[in-house]
Design a protein around this ligand. Structure first.
Ligand code: ADP
Length: 344
């Protein structure tokens, strides 16, 4: 009996056993927590006397009455997300074939439900994001086909718009593929020993002309000694690149973007600072979500897909690191990526 007690108290699922008169003969701590009651106080009392969850008590009653397995889903209001618990109740039959009680197992499936919702939202978002440029391209092409009289200049304008929209489609798909490549763990990253100084300067160099065209400057501060990490060169280049592109996109003309690479204890720190529009505090923990944009119209205008920071976050995590942000609206933002230094 003691051994059984120990096993039951150790499992995450809630377990409750009642006798044939619905009196609790066993309740483990998890069940108590899920149902909001004290197991000690519930013992030997009819289940409905202490447990105030009507659906649960009815499930027990039905199990004993109908002598068959009953399944229910309990929903509890909890912040920030609703708590969802699956209940499986089975009758217990003695050797003589007479029902001697019932045992219910409670399984908290809130996390699972949340993931399901995230996946559903994601598919809805992807479809919407792809549909917008596709609809635009169709409309533009139909106009060109229908309007036989269209002059050369107008036609060029339409073709230019079609080109822009197809570029947008292409960047969404590229970003989605990058995300899924990092998320599918197998062989996603080609990890090797590398110097972050090289990665950062390559990203900076590839963006110098973009910055110049927008009247902005990029300043990089790199340490003299190499900063070695175990990582995927392309993916880490993408991290630096995405943060720099954002810093450029969301800062005004004459904006100054600074990328600083340092070491801090056992971590490498990449900091990207800008003096741009900044982000209001209430949006700060949402901007790393896929497709989340503070200002959709503005992001679209500057060629954003809403996936850049999600990619940065996933790559940082896949390298055992993380990304943080500090920002003041109207003043600018600082994005910080920390990655574990390679042990030499
Ligand atoms: P996007 O492609 O829209 O830039 P991201 O995932 O890269 O998507 O960024 C999400 C949102 O975070 C952006 O739409 C923007 O609102 C905000 N953001 C990102 N970086 C900056 C920055 N440096 N300054 C101000 N806002 C930023």
């Amino acid at each position: 009996r003691n051994r059984l007690q120990a096993i039951l108290s150790g499992i995450v699922e809630g377990v409750i056993a009642v006798d044939d008169r619905e009196r609790v003969v066993h309740m483990n701590d998890s069940a108590g927590k899920i149902l909001g009651v004290s197991p000690e106080e519930s013992i030997n009392k009819p289940v409905w006397e202490t447990v105030r969850v009507k659906d649960f008590c009815e499930t027990i009653t039905r199990t004993l009455r109908d002598k068959k397995v009953e399944k229910t889903e309990l929903r509890f209001q909890a912040s920030p997300n609703e708590k969802v618990v699956e209940v499986n109740a089975s009758p217990l039959t003695g050797e003589d074939g007479v029902i001697s009680g019932a045992v219910a197992v409670l399984h908290d499936v809130s996390e699972l439900k949340k993931l399901e919702r995230v996946r559903r939202d994601f598919i809805a978002n992807v479809s919407h994001e792809l549909k917008t440029p596709i609809t635009a391209v169709r409309g533009l092409i139909e106009t060109v086909i229908d309007d036989k009289e269209m002059n050369k200049e107008q036609r060029e304008q339409f073709l230019e718009k079609i080109k822009n929209q197809s570029e947008r489609l292409s960047s969404i798909v590229t970003d989605l593929l990058t995300l899924s490549r990092i998320e599918s763990q197998t062989g996603a990253l080609e990890v090797g020993l590398l110097d972050l100084c090289g990665v950062v300067s390559t990203s900076v160099n590839s963006l110098l002309s973009t910055a110049e065209a927008g009247g902005k400057t990029i300043i990089s501060e790199l340490p003299e000694k190499p900063v070695k990490v175990m990582g995927d060169r392309e993916a880490l280049g993408e991290v630096a690149g995405n943060l720099l592109v954002n810093a450029l996109k969301y800062s005004p003309e004459n904006g100054e973007v600074r990328i600083i690479l340092t070491r801090k204890d056992t971590q490498a720190l990449i900091e990207v600072r800008d003096n741009g529009i900044g982000i209001e505090p209430r949006y700060l923990n949402r901007i790393f979500e896929r497709f989340y944009r503070v200002d959709k119209a503005r992001s679209r205008e500057v060629g954003g897909t809403g996936l850049g920071l999600a990619i940065v976050r996933h790559i940082a995590i896949a390298h055992g690191g993380k990304v943080d942000v500090e920002s003041a609206p109207g003043k600018g933002s600082i994005f910080r990526v920390t990655l574990p230094l390679a042990v030499s």
